[in-house]
Design a protein around this ligand. Structure first.
Ligand SMILES: Nc1ncnc2c1ncn2[C@@H]1O[C@H](COP(=O)(O)OP(=O)(O)OP(=O)(O)O)[C@@H](O)[C@H]1O
Ligand SMILES: Nc1ccn([C@@H]2O[C@H](COP(=O)(O)O)[C@@H](O)[C@H]2O)c(=O)n1
Ligand SMILES: [Mg+2]
Length: 235
């Protein structure tokens, strides 16, 4: 819903609409949206998306803090890991491949993950998205930019010592197939090798907000709160 209606504005030129639609690869749904808007079926929504990527190692507290951000600032929370686990549970065509990849602590091909994120964004009536656990690799990052056609406004990095992350994951007790010492070690290696370069990329672009992810959940959220509060006042 967001992509279809967010692009609709009677005040923008048709060439801009065409460019936007082509970039987002949604010409068909966009034109359907215009027809529906003309018929008064859907109301125009002119808000541009506000995208936050939420990064950090396994067990750094991304999901926990996302819940608080949603409660306080009204974002839609899209966890890449949760979307992939949902694919496994639904026994989709990619389910077995995703399960094996997660068990190995490796990264699922970007196109699969980006398509899942894209679908959720399209279905959402929200325009503020927290995309948790993504992008994990340069390939993830480039693929998102290519397929979705937008860049993040904010990138949060939950910076947590490895031994604390291991302790938290081993105590998580949610029955995840990757919450065991063997897989955690692999995930930490992948994080260092593939995810840190993405974090550095956003640091160089001036979009990175690093949170010291140690202390109580509430203490950590007090570092997060002012970041979004500042954007709220800007409008
Ligand atoms: N500040 C904290 N102090 C202690 N435990 C915490 C803290 N924040 C989160 N936890 C706990 O640590 C575990 C991991 O947290 P969470 O699931 O939010 O991490 P994550 O970054 O989303 O991990 P993953 O990448 O594996 O999904 C959970 O059991 C959570 O309750
Ligand atoms: N962009 C992503 C995100 C996750 N994965 C796979 O899912 C596992 C669990 O992810 P969490 O965010 O819930 O920790 C992760 O270890 C990867 O195997 C992925 O491939 N790509
Ligand atoms: Mg998580």
């Amino acid at each position: 819903m967001w992509r279809r209606v967010a692009s609709l504005s009677s005040s923008v030129s048709s060439s801009f609409l065409a460019q936007t639609a082509s970039r987002l690869n949604t010409w068909e749904s966009l034109t359907t949206g215009i027809a529906q808007q003309a018929k008064g079926v859907i109301a125009p929504k002119e808000k541009t998306p506000f995208i936050t990527f939420v990064l950090g190692g396994p067990g750094s507290g991304k999901g926990t803090q996302c819940i608080k951000i949603v409660e306080t600032f009204g974002f839609a929370h899209l966890s890449a890991g949760d979307l992939l686990r949902r694919e496994i549970a639904s026994k989709s065509a990619d389910g077995a491949m995703i399960l094996n990849t997660i068990k190995e602590g490796k990264i699922v091909p970007s196109q699969v993950t980006v398509k899942l994120i894209q679908k959720e964004m399209e279905l959402s009536y929200n325009h503020k998205f927290l995309i948790d656990g993504f992008p994990r690799t340069e390939e993830n990052r480039v693929s998102f930019e290519r397929i979705i056609g937008v860049e993040p406004n904010v990138v949060l990095f939950f910076d947590c010592p490895e031994e604390e992350m291991v302790k938290r994951v081993l105590n998580r007790n949610e029955g995840r197939v990757d919450d065991n010492l063997e897989t955690i070690k692999k995930r930490l290696t992948v994080f260092q090798a593939l995810s840190l370069p993405v974090i550095n990329y956003y640091s160089e672009k001036g979009k990175l907000y690093t949170i010291k992810a140690i202390g109580t959940e509430d203490e950590i959220f007090e570092q997060v709160r002012p970041i979004f509060a500042a954007f709220e006042t800007v409008g």
